[in-house]
Design a protein around this ligand. Structure first.
Ligand code: UT7
Length: 339
């Protein structure tokens, strides 16, 4: 690979976009399918409704819409994109969906591939993109976080089906001079030894092949989650990692303009905010309307807050993704895009 921007080792976030499915499902409606109630779901999670991809939509289409919107905000020609990174655990195609988004965007000069890290996927993809930008390999990257977990929940299991929704969000990232670097710091973590507490495992179904051999049929069981374990993991590890990051970057919690966490549960957002004495007006949440959209939550929330005028150019955002793997990460970002 030929380096094209050797002197530009900073990273700027210059555009955002998002897209959600047209079908919305309220807590009341879900109560017709499983034994639950609007009051239980709202009190335990903050979720009021979620969007679910219907027969006329696909994750690639949502991702394309989110990507187009980010390109439009950034003012980029699709042909100027060098890399499209799709963070997803639920691609339309297990071989990868990013190239299909590349084709729809007509980003013919971009290489495109998927990256999987469940609900931490967008943050991991953003940091991965930053490496390509900082080392001079690429100048413009489109990072998309998108998931369709509605395909992978058991809609008769009230402990999981009430939590998840579908969506896509995108961020346009550009190589800039080091003095204008907007990725002020990041930390990423994995702990596979605790992975059993949240899984979307392959089915264990072996079928006979020939001469006493067998093969495993492809397919996945629905999402399995030990909610309490994952909750405890999130409220312990996310503040610990954010604190380490603030210490390492010598940035004080007071200077954070926005806390932008993975949207899994309002109680988790509140607990992390309380730990850093961040007032609730600085905590971004769209759980009420979208639930947990996995890799999409952070860019979806960011785009909504940029477009409704809450996040302005120059704002400091503390963000953290966490979930299956187990995986978690944190980053401090300055939003540069037009608002
Ligand atoms: O994106 C990946 C990251 N994921 C997360 O961060 C999820 C973390 N976990 C959580 O957010 C919470 O643990 C949940 C929202 C999943 C569950 O809340 P909880 O306060 O931990 O509830 P619980 O699992 O302790 O269940 C309490 C009770 C149980 O009944 P009993 O045993 O006390 O009789 C459940 O059966 O609530 C019951 N329950 C429900 N009731 C009505 C569980 N789900 C429901 C439901 N409606 N949907």
């Amino acid at each position: 690979m030929v380096g094209i921007a050797q002197n530009l080792c900073g990273v700027a976030l210059v555009g955002s976009g998002s897209a959600t499915p047209s079908q919305s499902l309220s807590n009341e409606e879900l109560g017709h399918r499983v034994e639950t109630s609007d009051s239980w779901i709202k009190a335990r999670t903050g979720i009021g409704s979620r969007c679910v991809i219907g027969p006329d939509e696909t994750l690639v289409q949502l991702s394309h819409r989110a990507g187009l919107s980010a390109l439009s905000m950034a003012g980029w020609d699709p042909e100027s994109i060098d890399l499209i990174l799709l963070a997803t655990s639920s691609p339309d195609d297990l071989f990868g969906s990013a190239p299909k988004i590349q084709a729809l965007l007509a980003a013919k000069n971009a290489v495109a591939f998927d990256l999987t890290a469940a609900c931490s996927g967008f943050l991991f993809a953003l940091v991965t993109a930053a490496q390509f930008l900082r080392n001079g390999s690429f100048r413009r990257v489109l990072v998309i976080g998108a998931d369709q977990l509605s395909s992978w929940v058991n809609w008769d299991d009230r402990t999981t089906c009430v939590l998840f929704g579908d969506g896509a969000g995108a961020v346009a990232m550009e190589a800039v001079d080091a003095s204008q670097d907007d990725l002020l710091g990041y930390l990423l973590r994995s702990d596979g030894s605790r992975g059993d507490s949240l899984q979307l495992p392959q089915i264990r179904d072996h079928l006979p092949l020939v001469s006493g051999t067998s093969h495993q049929r492809g397919g996945f069981d629905p999402i399995q989650m030990n909610g309490q374990e994952v909750y405890k993991f999130a409220v312990r590890e996310v503040p610990a990692l954010l604190e380490k990051l603030l210490n390492e970057t010598q940035i004080s919690a007071d200077s954070i303009d926005w806390l932008l966490l993975h949207q899994a549960n309002q109680r988790i957002l509140d607990a992390v905010a309380e730990r850093f004495s961040i007032p609730s007006q600085k905590v971004l949440s769209n759980l009420g309307s979208y639930g947990n959209t996995s890799a999409a939550t952070i860019p979806l929330m960011l785009d909504q807050a940029v477009k409704d005028g809450r996040v302005s150019s120059g704002d400091l955002i503390a963000t953290s993704g966490f979930g299956a793997g187990l995986s978690w990460g944190a980053a401090l970002i300055r939003w540069k895009g037009p608002t």
